[in-house]
Design a protein. Structure first.
Length: 391
């Protein structure tokens, strides 16, 4: 009996570690990428370094026997190339969006994807129309997004052009590419390896098409590049490492906890991203914009619950196709079957709504009080989180 209790305790702590690791990586990744593109203003080169780190990391870990990935073959390359192109475009537009806009804008447009996916599924894939509750949640998402755009003081045509390009790309991936790739039979690490290696091979083409190579060569020639300054080197290195870590923790957490718990964790991650982004610098929306942002995310929570409850979405796929652009999905594969594996999705659902309340209070405190009493702020945070965790 004691041995069984010890094994259960080890499994609980292992699962907890995976969930915490995924939550930290997922919530920090967008902010880290924003920091990296701010310090290192070469989006094509930055993404190429991230692809190199992920592909090389998977290859080395495979050689050392820590993981298994599918071999790199010409037949698989031909079949996988369309997905790799869309993956590259998604990351490329995402990076340029973060280059010209703040993290809040990225989250708003990322949260809009269920709306476009629902329209595309109904129009092109002849899926049933959403239920009235699902439609209501989509309207909440749309209302929050429209409110955010209308009150965005940092609105620029360039930023929102990249935002719409990213939205179209990620929606295409969700509607079409996943269904095409799921029949290739690649395992998850093979999927990561192919995605990143093929994207790395495509990087020079986009450097030429966008003219970024001119800026890079000019910076090298004039010795004005800040590549080896500590802050730029640290930010780029951190983004590369987190890009690889999100793959590991994302895949491991999907297997360790229920699908609903993973989805709820992804929602919490979005609020953590907003909170961290507000805390560390001034590159965020104003009070009204933050309220609209949180409204958009709340609509996403309702959408997840209506789709999961109705059972109208297809079941979760364990294939690599369900993990495309996993560093951005944050648990957005809606309608997954809830197979309990340690953490209860219903308990985490209660936690997420309590966390929403804490996030609203903290963000309101931050944006209305320029100078914050650190001790009072800490007490507010601990009190809110303690209430959340004891529910």
């Amino acid at each position: 009996m004691a041995l069984i209790r010890l094994d259960a305790s080890k499994q609980y702590y292992a699962t907890s570690s995976l969930v915490v690791g995924y939550a930290l990586c997922s919530s920090l990744l967008a902010v880290i990428n924003k920091l990296a593109i701010t310090k290192f203003n070469y989006p094509g080169l930055l993404t190429a370094l991230q692809y190199l780190t992920s592909a090389l990391g998977v290859w080395i870990l495979g050689k050392l026997g820590f993981l298994h990935h599918d071999p790199f073959t010409y037949d698989n390359v031909k079949k996988f190339m369309p997905a790799a192109v869309v993956f590259y475009l998604a990351i490329f537009t995402n990076t340029n969006l973060l280059r010209h806009a703040n993290v809040d804008t990225f989250i708003v447009f990322r949260s809009l994807t269920p709306l476009l996916v629902a329209v595309a599924d109904t129009t092109f894939r002849k899926q049933p129309c959403p239920s009235k509750f699902t439609f209501l949640s989509l309207l909440i998402i749309l209302g929050g997004a429209v409110g955010y755009v209308a009150t965005d003081s940092g609105f620029t045509l360039t930023a929102y052009s990249w935002a719409f390009a990213y939205l179209i790309t990620i929606t295409t991936e969700m509607v079409y590419i996943k269904h095409m790739v799921m029949n290739l039979g690649l395992n998850t690490w093979g999927f990561v390896f192919y995605n990143n290696l093929l994207s790395l091979m495509m990087a020079p083409i986009f450097w030429i098409l966008t003219g970024e190579y001119v800026d890079v060569f000019a910076a090298v020639g004039s010795r004005s590049a800040n590549w080896f300054e500590f802050d730029a080197f640290f930010a780029v290195s951190l983004s590369c490492v987190f890009g690889l870590l999100i793959s590991f923790f994302g895949f491991a957490a999907r297997k360790a906890i229920s699908a609903t718990a993973f989805t709820v964790t992804g929602v919490v991650n979005k609020f953590l991203t907003v909170l961290i982004n507000v805390l560390i610098w001034d590159k965020h929306a104003g009070p009204i914009g933050l309220v609209c942002l949180l409204l958009t995310i709340a609509g996403g929570v309702l959408y997840q619950q209506t789709v999961t409850g109705a059972g109208s979405a297809p079941p979760q796929r364990d294939s690599a196709a369900s993990k495309l652009v996993d560093s951005e999905n944050d648990g957005d594969d809606y309608g997954d079957k809830d197979d309990v594996k340690g953490f209860s999705g219903s308990n985490l659902l209660v936690m997420v709504f309590q966390f929403i309340q804490v996030a609203f209070n903290l963000i309101a405190l931050i944006v209305t009080e320029p100078v914050i009493d650190e001790y009072a702020f800490f007490l507010e945070l601990v009190e809110g989180c303690s209430f959340t965790l004891t529910r």
